[in-house]
Design a protein. Structure first.
Length: 209
């Protein structure tokens, strides 16, 4: 069973409370999404392999640790997932970025794919799917399944807020995928929005609400 990592760091919780506020303006909202994503990247990359390298400091030669050719990929679920990419790239600038386009059918609530562009060598990379909201889990499950069909073997899911229903859906369908979240909320409402949540993340990131 994949693990669930819930971030309880004070900085993240503080920024999340401002993110949830309906009066937070678009500019600040975008900045917070980027900052929280950057902070969450620390945990997602905790197990990256290291190797010893010998370098010369201004004082002497010594052996230190560097990343051992870690190959990473970031896959935002369009469109809201785009808001999380820049913060992650600030931390791991060599990561490749793919894109998966999914929208939720307003009647069936099921995800519909409309775009997919992924790194050719995703089978050799740790692929991190990013989407601010894990609500029903439909889009996340569809994105994970799509990456698996393309050959991905090491997949993680990173979201800002999750509902228990979405968490269970991903764990049931993809028990091999680790999930990283900044908050686990109460439930979904009748319109499949997370309660208390923060509303529509895409609309708030791009100012289309």
């Amino acid at each position: 069973m994949g693990k669930v990592y819930l971030y309880e760091h004070p900085l993240i919780q503080h920024k999340m409370s401002i993110l949830r506020d309906k009066n937070t303006p678009v500019k600040v909202f975008r900045e917070l999404v980027k900052e929280i994503s950057m902070l969450m990247t620390f945990e997602v990359t905790r197990d990256l392999p290291l190797e010893d390298v010998e370098i010369e400091t201004p004082i002497c030669r010594a052996t230190f640790k560097r990343l051992k050719g870690a190959d990473l990929g970031i896959v935002p679920v369009l469109r809201a997932g785009l808001g999380m990419v820049d913060g992650m790239l600030d931390m791991i600038p060599n990561a490749k970025v793919g894109h998966v386009g999914l929208y939720r059918d307003p009647v069936t609530k099921e995800p519909v794919e409309y775009y997919c562009k992924l790194p050719e060598d995703l089978d050799k990379r740790r692929m991190i799917i990013v989407d601010p909201m894990l609500a029903t889990g439909g889009s996340s499950c569809a994105a994970i399944q799509l990456l698996k069909k393309k050959g991905a073997q090491n997949i993680a899911l990173m979201c800002l807020i999750a509902a228990p229903e979405g968490m269970k859906a991903v764990q049931d369908e993809h028990p091999d995928v680790d999930i990283y979240i900044a908050a686990l909320d109460e439930k979904l409402n009748e319109d499949s929005y997370i309660v208390p949540g923060l509303g529509d993340a895409g609309d708030r990131i791009f100012g289309t609400r």
